[in-house]
Ligand binder design. Structure first.
Ligand SMILES: NC(=O)CC[C@H](N)C(=O)O
Length: 263
């Protein structure tokens, strides 16, 4: 099986890059954490990688809007590199702040209309929300979610509310299976378009959206942090369980990415 090489992009304020590298390596990938300035000096560096991952954090202090400055920097300086990564048979993953960057770049929402069809904005209650959430997976082409029905993962964000320009845009995403990951209740197995009340839906996202993918399923962004639930002991109730699973519930996302290159 081919071992994919994962480029984990660092920028001032990134704070989840080491955990994300650990998760990918546990799943069998080779990783390199590369600062955005190194990539701007030499964009050809990216040619050695099959997966581009934008990890979580507070890039450029979330100034202007979370992800805005890093997205502009990538667009202006590395636009060709990012487009090539998205167009070829490679994978792109954005986790939390990385998801915000991908949304500002527009790579996850392309194909729906000319003008920007969706964004991430402030949580309804206007605060940073840091806790665990229940998630369910839609019928989706998303490579990273293959074989996953449910997950229990932590969130830690202030600007995670998914909104679309109008109902037509939301429907277009939904019909294509692009509203891939949703917040749900502790007992629900299904995804739902009806907005669930807080705390099940932590930020007021339309259709309870926690993550979306592009039309091919190769590009994916999510607000929860799968890299923070890799070991079973990351689960907040792990000491009460009689048996431990081999991996935490976020691990399958990284494993799916690695397995994609072995198929
Ligand atoms: N955990 C993160 O990546 C944080 C995302 C972003 N800084 C926010 O607060 O919305």
């Amino acid at each position: 099986m081919a071992v994919p090489r994962v480029l984990i992009l660092r920028a001032p304020g990134t704070n989840c890059d080491e955990e994300t590298a650990f998760a990918f390596e546990a799943a069998g990938a080779v990783t390199e954490r590369v600062h955005v300035n190194r990539l701007i000096e030499n964009p050809k560096l990216a040619e050695d990688f099959q997966v581009l991952c934008l990890p979580g954090g507070f890039s450029y202090g979330d100034d202007i809007a979370a992800g805005r400055i890093l997205a502009s920097q990538l667009d202006r300086n590395l636009g060709d590199m990012v487009r090539q990564f998205c167009d070829q048979d490679r994978l792109v993953l954005g986790i939390c702040n990385g998801f915000q960057v991908l949304m500002r770049l527009g790579v996850l929402t392309s194909g729906v209309r000319e003008t920007q069809p969706a964004t991430l904005t402030w949580n309804d209650h206007g605060r940073f929300e840091d806790r665990w959430v229940h998630l369910s997976v839609d019928e989706t082409p998303c490579v990273f979610l293959k074989g996953i029905d449910q997950m229990y993962l932590p969130i830690a964000h202030a600007e995670g509310k998914f909104v679309t320009a109008d109902a037509e845009a939301l429907k277009a995403f939904g019909d294509a299976g692009r509203l891939a990951l949703r917040y749900t209740t502790a007992d629900a197995g299904q995804t739902s378009d009806e907005v669930l009340p807080f705390p099940s839906n932590p930020n007021g996202s339309e259709a309870n959206v926690a993550g979306i993918c592009d039309a091919t399923g190769r590009l994916f962004g999510l607000m929860p942090h799968p890299e923070r639930h890799i070991d079973p002991t990351h689960h907040p109730q792990w000491t009460r369980r009689t048996e431990q699973p081999q991996w935490g519930e976020g691990f399958a996302i990284f494993k799916n990415a690695v397995d994609y290159f072995g198929e």
